[in-house]
Ligand binder design. Sequence first.
Ligand code: XIL
Length: 374
Amino acid sequence: MQVRQTLISSAGLLLCAAASVAAETPALKTVAPKGLRIGAAINRTQSSGGDPQAVAIVTREFNTVTAENDLKWERVHPGPDRFDFAPADRYVEFGQKNGMFVVGHVLLWHQQTPAWVFAGEVGKKLDRDTALGRLKTHIDSVVGRYKGRIGGWDVVNEALEEDGTLRKTPWLEAIGEDYVAKAFEFARAADPEAELYYNDYNLWKPAKRDAAIRLVQGLKAKGLRVDGIGEQAHWGIDDPPLEAIDAALAAIRASGTTPLITELDMDVLPRDPDQWGADLAKKAKIRAATNVYPDGLPPAVQERLARRYADCFALFLKHGAGRVTFWGVTDATTWLHDFPIPGRVNYPLLWDHAGREKPALAAVAEVLRNNVRR
Ligand code: XIL
């Protein structure tokens, strides 16, 4: 942690210098082909104007935003009769003021959802009607509030296990398998004009990808609206393999639903196969072994990251992705400093800790400008 604080405070000193340097590459939104929205997730400080450097990047480069946290259930609907919309209002105003396509993330998830949502009456399990009632109230209130202003919603997030079966969540347990359809039904009713998406991670894995496609085809067969399948794309600098990404995007496209890249970042640190489920002691060990760039990203890795981004964007173009959203703006505030291992220094985005352009930015701009489809 100490190292990162030092890094960030020295980055702060560099801020003025960086701000006065004109951008070297064309703004991404100006070189993206028609039909490809390009954006970033922003945090509360940014949407309320408290991070002028990030705000300048976002308004210059992007034409869509996603709220990194401020529309999640725990933030907007912390108690059964308690809503807190102030930060979400500021987020939506930020997007609208800047003429952006505003994305709502997320209506139904098993994480960042308060415990009361899943609680039954004393001594009883949550029953179907109560769960559906809570879900409907939530979706009506949140989607209804931003009707006509939020252009697209992640309706359901992470409903699938890696093998393609439905994830064992309290939603599944209380409502049953049609909970996904119910969420899409409620969202459609609350704002018929809004685009609606299914969002998940690891859709580059064939079993999970095929399950997502089947799920969405099932929803459409019921007459429900689904405009996109979002692959989060929290990827690494070397994995998943490009072939797997290529195949996944092709399959989604061929199924008749637009593929979206909804949470893109590239973890540059070595990935330990045990990092996801590790306990605290194990995490400390992994941190010690994998926090390999505490003082800056070596130029050779910068170049690898740039190539990786270029290769991935070529595939996004090839398969007609409807949107690419980075999960954050600069490396200073990426969630990957603390996920999945807390307290490391990571470099997953296109602007560095001081807000300066990385080689990866020029590489992405180049692919977009030339509309390179590999
Ligand atoms: C993450 C945020 O970036 C963090 O700030 C927060 O602490 C946890 O959630 N998949 C999702 C996102 O759909 O909502 C998550 O965002 C990252 C994984």
